[in-house]
Write a protein that binds this ligand. Structure first.
Ligand SMILES: Nc1ncnc2c1ncn2[C@@H]1O[C@H](COP(=O)(O)OP(=O)(O)OP(=O)(O)O)[C@@H](O)[C@H]1O
Length: 294
């Protein structure tokens, strides 16, 4: 397994190759004197990391100097009050912000060791490797089967038996197979909201991404559907990095092993989720967790 991953990522270490990474991911903090060493170590083991990322919408700076790293096998929660830059940061990671007129992204974003924040990056290929699931389930108005087959076909997969297998694997990965295996050729729009969101996760899985970005994936769902999504998170994190924006602190503690706290466009504190919630170091994070502001 280790050999396979290392081979797939030449010049890069898999999370499981590094002595420091025993299960939980390594993630860097802000690049000040106390975390500089950690940042350098983290970058070497990460499949994706950012170095000094700043984002502006026109002349409004929404995110400042953000450096974080994400390992395969890790789930990182991005938390913080509304408008502090969590989604802006998430959207940088596969350059979705480039679709927003007037938005500029500065700094470096390394995926598999190369800076992707360059004008000539292949966005189509990038978003195949770094998939995204949005707040509102957004299935295509097509059948369940076609929802998942669409992107692999666009990427050249035409073999029906390969597609059939991919669809089953992806639906199983998203814990949806048993519920839909007898209606694969029915409209995806007839599924419940929670099922639609799991279909969107299956759709992302079908491209076998290294990273999945989830922007408040449960905010439109009922508690049972939310639990279903949370339960499948650890399964989908196997062999890839998961980064989730959430306003639900219980959800962050249930699903993530790393957490990063954002406040007013800055990443203030990051660490293991247990440390962040049980022993926050910064006063702002402590105030946020105590409900002094939301
Ligand atoms: N498309 C956009 N155009 C202009 N400004 C934007 C855009 N998206 C976000 N912003 C601004 O950037 C800042 C950060 O917003 P962002 O959505 O990243 O915060 P957030 O922490 O994800 O908030 P929430 O938790 O409410 O979703 C805010 O001031 C917001 O108004």
């Amino acid at each position: 397994m280790i050999a396979t991953i290392s081979k797939a990522l030449p010049g890069f270490f898999a999370a499981s190759d590094t002595p420091a990474a025993s299960g939980a991911s390594v993630i860097s903090g802000r690049r000040d004197a106390s975390t500089a060493g950690t940042a350098a170590e983290s970058a070497h083991s990460a499949v994706l990391y950012t170095d000094g990322v700043c984002v502006s919408y026109g002349d409004h700076q929404a995110l400042r100097d953000t450096s974080l790293a994400f390992d395969k096998g890790s789930i990182t929660a991005l938390i913080g009050p509304s408008g502090c830059g969590k989604s802006t940061y998430l959207r940088c990671l596969n350059l979705m912000n480039r679709e927003i007129p007037g938005c500029t992204i500065e700094g470096e974003i390394y995926y598999r060791g190369s800076n992707i924040n360059t004008p000539d990056v292949d966005l189509y290929e990038l978003r195949r490797s770094i998939g995204m699931v949005f707040q509102q389930p957004n299935p295509f108005p097509k059948t369940i089967y076609e929802n998942i087959a669409f992107a692999p076909r666009c990427h050249g997969e035409r073999d029906r038996s390969v597609l059939d297998q991919l669809i089953e694997e992806s639906l199983r990965g998203a814990a949806l197979w048993d519920e839909v295996k007898d209606k694969l050729h029915k409209s995806a729009l007839a599924l419940s909201g929670g099922q639609q969101q799991r279909l969107c996760i299956a759709r992302a899985l079908a491209l076998k991404p290294d990273v999945i970005l989830l922007d408040e994936p449960c905010s439109a769902l009922d508690p049972i559907s939310t639990l279903a999504i949370e339960e499948l998170m650890h399964g989908i994190a196997e062999g890839r990095a998961i980064i989730i924006v959430t306003h639900n602190m219980e959800q962050a503690t249930r699903v993530s092993d790393r957490t990063a706290f954002f406040y007013m466009g800055e990443m203030i504190e990051t660490g293991e989720t247990t440390q962040i919630f049980n022993a926050p170091k910064s006063e702002r994070l402590n105030d946020y967790l105590s409900g002094r502001f939301s």
